[in-house]
Structures are given as C-alpha cells and as structure tokens.
Ligand binder design. Structure first.
Ligand code: CP
Length: 325
C-alpha cells in the first residue's frame, strides 16, 4: 500500500489497512472505543466532536453492519451524513469513482467511508483527495477490512483477555476473506498464541500469507482445544467461477460449525462470525444463537470502533469546521 495513514503529527488521517499500524495505534483505537460502550437499554453514547463535518458513505458493495454502524457512528458524533445510493448515482452512468469523489469533495465532504470490490480503491482515493480529507476503508475486495479486524480483536480481548494465551481457529473460506486477513494483522501485533486456519485446501490462503499460522483441512483436529472460533461464510461473489463454489450441503457436512463440533473446543470457547451468516451452511443456528456466541457483541463493538476511528481522525481535521453552530 502506497499511502501514509498518519499525518505529519503522527495522528490517524486515513484507515486503509491495519498492516502498517503499530500495536499502540490499535490499542489507542480500542481504548477510545471502550468509551463509546454503554449498557443495553441506556441511551446510546453521543459526542459532538464531528459537528460541522460531513461524512459520505460510499458502499459499492452490499453491506448491512458496516454501513449502518458507520452511519450511526457519524450521526452520534453529530456529523452531517451522506449515504450515496450507488444504483441511482452517476457511477451507474459511467462516472469514474474519482470524479464522484471530487464532486463530493467540492461539496465539503471531509470523510469518505468506502467499500469496493476492487483491490486498491481506498488507497487510490486517499492518495488523491485534498490534504484535509480523510478516507476510511469499509471493506476492500478480499484484502482488508480494518474496522472489522479491530472489532474482532476488541471482542476477543473483552472475553478472553491476553491473546498470547489463546488458540484462535478461523474456519471457512479464508482465501477470499478480508475479515480473516485483517484479523490476522490485528492478532499478530498482539502475539496471538496460535492461529489456526481451517477449511478445504482450495479455500485456504497461499503459503506466503498468514505467516506462522497453522493450516488445517480437518475440522475436528482444528477445533481441538480452541479458545476462539471464528466462522466465515463462503464468499460466493469472489469465486472465479460459479462451478468452483462448494455445494452448501456437502460443505456443511464437512465444515459446518455444529453444537457437536463445538464440544471439541474448550468448554468456555467463544464463537464469532462477522456476518452476514448463512445458517445451515457454515454455522448451525443453535451455535449462532447459543450461549457461547459473541456475534451480537461483535456488532455492538463495531459501532464503538467506528465512533472511535471517526473521533480520532477528527484530530487531523482540527476541530469543528469554522462557522459550526
Ligand atoms: N461484517 C461485515 O462487513 O458485514 P456487512 O457486509 O454487513 O457490512
């Protein structure tokens, strides 16, 4: 990646990838996020730190959790929020993404939140926007999903403490997963005890990726004694050919996370899933909704992490825009 994520004062300006950030940067974001957690049933946390600023959500790929949480995060920090409808935007008429960005920048958008199916799009935008403007990667092809990596790390630390003592098993379509790549980057910085990548051989990543991780095609062996299990869906949209997509029933028979298989892990193991879930394909409903599942906590932490990232990049923006009420 050829873009500097920090400004000249060492403050976060863009968030494109966790790979180039330090452990301290991740700790700062997670510590900040913990301030945006309140008990369920109480009013949602709010802050006026982005008053007078404008956030544009540009999702050129489907999303529920990331898009909704970035929108809520920006609104709870008092920003003006623009959600571009891709289907009715001029990109559908052939406008380039950079022309769309420059158009919105001319309307004084300060922060772009971008999801795209192509590799390199968030970095390319970050390289070309005006010096005060910030870009946040909300999911880039199979490469990077940094706020997801942060929320996953935060959830694991909340529930299990120091990751150096943990065996973390990621199960499923790891080859096509930006979630797995960002989780690996986050967990590696904190010295995760053991990272196991479990799935069919054709859905495991190349050998030169995920250095130090254990690759395993046998789910039974892979789950043995695990502290954390992260189930991933089959990312059908990223397979080169439809005929390469595994049959769902056969996949569930071999790699589905069932209650019976969960018993192979430690008794207090937690179950994670980034969503969206395909119940009965990569995970049994009884596991997804069961007592060991922390899937809804991941969603709650995701909103807090996105509030924290927006609040921290506000330091680059330099306080509320002049003239803000
Ligand atoms: N985990 C995640 O990125 O979910 P969405 O695709 O719904 O945003």
């Amino acid at each position: 990646m050829d873009v500097e994520q920090l400004n000249e004062r060492g403050e976060l300006r863009h968030l494109i990838s966790l790979a180039e950030l330090t452990r301290s940067h991740l700790e700062l974001i997670i510590e900040h996020a913990s301030r945006y957690l309140t008990p369920a049933g109480q009013p949602a946390p709010r802050d006026d730190i982005l008053e007078g600023r404008t956030v544009a959500n540009l999702f050129f790929e489907a999303s529920t959790r990331t898009r909704a949480s970035f929108e809520l995060a920006a609104k709870r920090l008092r920003a003006d929020v623009l959600n571009l409808d891709v289907n009715t935007s001029s990109r559908a008429k052939g406008e380039s993404i950079m022309d769309t960005i420059f158009t919105l920048q001319a309307m004084q958008v300060d922060i772009f939140v971008v999801r795209d199916a192509s590799t390199g799009v968030p970095a390319r935008i970050a390289q070309q926007v005006a010096p005060h403007v910030c870009v946040l990667n909300a999911g880039e092809s199979d490469v990077s999903h940094p706020t997801q990596g942060l929320l996953d790390l935060m959830t694991i630390q909340q529930r299990k403490g120091d990751v150096r003592n943990l065996a973390v098993a990621i199960v499923g379509d790891i080859k096509h997963s930006r979630v797995a790549r960002s989780a690996y980057q986050a967990l590696s910085k904190f010295g995760v005890g053991e990272l196991r990548l479990i799935g069919p051989a054709e859905l495991l990543p190349e050998d030169d990726e995920f250095r130090g991780a254990i690759r395993q095609t046998d789910l039974t062996a892979g789950l043995d004694g695990a502290d954390v299990i992260m189930a991933l869906r089959l990312q059908k949209e990223r397979f080169a050919q439809l005929s390469d997509i595994p049959d769902p029933q056969e996949y569930y028979r071999r790699y589905g996370l069932t209650l019976e298989r969960l018993e192979l892990a430690k008794r207090d193991a937690i179950v994670m899933h980034p969503g969206p879930m395909n119940r009965g394909v990569e995970i049994e409903s009884a596991v997804a909704d069961g007592p060991q599942s922390v899937i809804q906590e991941q969603v709650t932490n995701g909103l807090a992490i996105r509030m924290a990232v927006l609040a921290l990049i506000q330091r680059h923006l330099g306080g509320p825009r002049a003239g803000a009420a």
